[in-house]
Design a protein around this ligand. Structure first.
Ligand code: TMP
Length: 235
């Protein structure tokens, strides 16, 4: 099914297929941070992230969210719709953590009065800078109407995800989404949703996400396996 390598990212390789509207995403056994400055091979991570993301995207599709997810193919592979990716990282925060806590001098763990959405410009050469809606318009990354839609979808996805994670006793602290445009110009959710691009804390405050790698807190695959096991229980 896979034909040629279209793109090799930090966490996934993307291949073309016989169908020009479909691509295969292959998840890597690799964890990176600081825009790839720290890199480590972690056996089993690709398979776990693929399984978690497939399960979440399947649930989102069922809940009526338009996504690129078609099906889980194998341990590390999934079939996705091909899109033109909008070069924005859309971060939603429910609780202060990470760069937000640092930037504003707020203690990690403080619940925010309302969910906050931030945009980052997806550009490795510039280290993905924080960007506002005026910048996005002037740089022609998306129209004002598209941003309104993306924000509303992100809020809706947050409500669904918060519900699912609370059912398994986990707090969804924050997460990053990406969107793309399909051949009809429809904006759909792309990329992945796994502990690689969100923060999940259990009731004791244990981190079950990529912060385990970023902060050297133990075994990343143990944390991801636990999240997968809990999600499978409610699926
Ligand atoms: P931050 O606190 O480091 O800005 O991260 C906010 C959320 O976005 C967190 O859940 C991790 C996720 N994220 C990514 O998925 N990719 C990135 O490149 C960054 C910086 C954050």
């Amino acid at each position: 099914m896979k034909k040629e390598l279209l793109y090799s990212g930090k966490a996934k390789d993307i291949f073309s297929t016989d169908d020009e509207d479909l691509i295969v995403s292959v998840y890597k056994d690799q964890a990176t941070m600081l825009n790839g400055a720290r890199k480590e091979i972690i056996k089993g991570k690709g398979s776990l992230a693929n399984q978690i993301s497939s399960l979440i995207f399947e649930k989102l599709n069922r809940a009526g969210v338009a996504t690129h997810f078609v099906k889980h193919l194998s341990e590390k592979e999934q079939l996705n719709r091909k899109v033109t990716v909008i070069p924005l990282e859309v971060v939603l925060r429910n609780v202060a953590a990470g760069s937000f806590a640092k930037r504003f001098g707020i203690e990690e763990g403080q619940k925010l009065e309302q969910p906050i959405i931030e945009f980052y410009y997806k550009n490795d050469d510039l280290d993905d800078p924080l960007i506002n809606e005026d910048h996005i318009g002037v740089l022609h990354l998306a129209t004002a109407e598209e941003i309104t839609y993306i924000k509303a979808e992100t809020q809706r996805i947050n409500l669904l995800l918060q519900d699912w994670f609370s059912q398994i006793g986990l707090c969804l602290v924050d997460f990053k989404l990406e969107f793309g445009k399909d051949k009809n110009g429809q904006i759909i959710l792309v990329d992945e949703f796994s502990p690689d691009n969100c923060r999940l804390w259990d009731s004791q405050g244990n981190h079950l996400d990529k912060d385990v790698f970023r902060r050297d807190l133990g075994s990343l695959t143990d944390a991801y396996s636990l999240v997968l096991k809990k999600l499978e229980e409610i699926h």
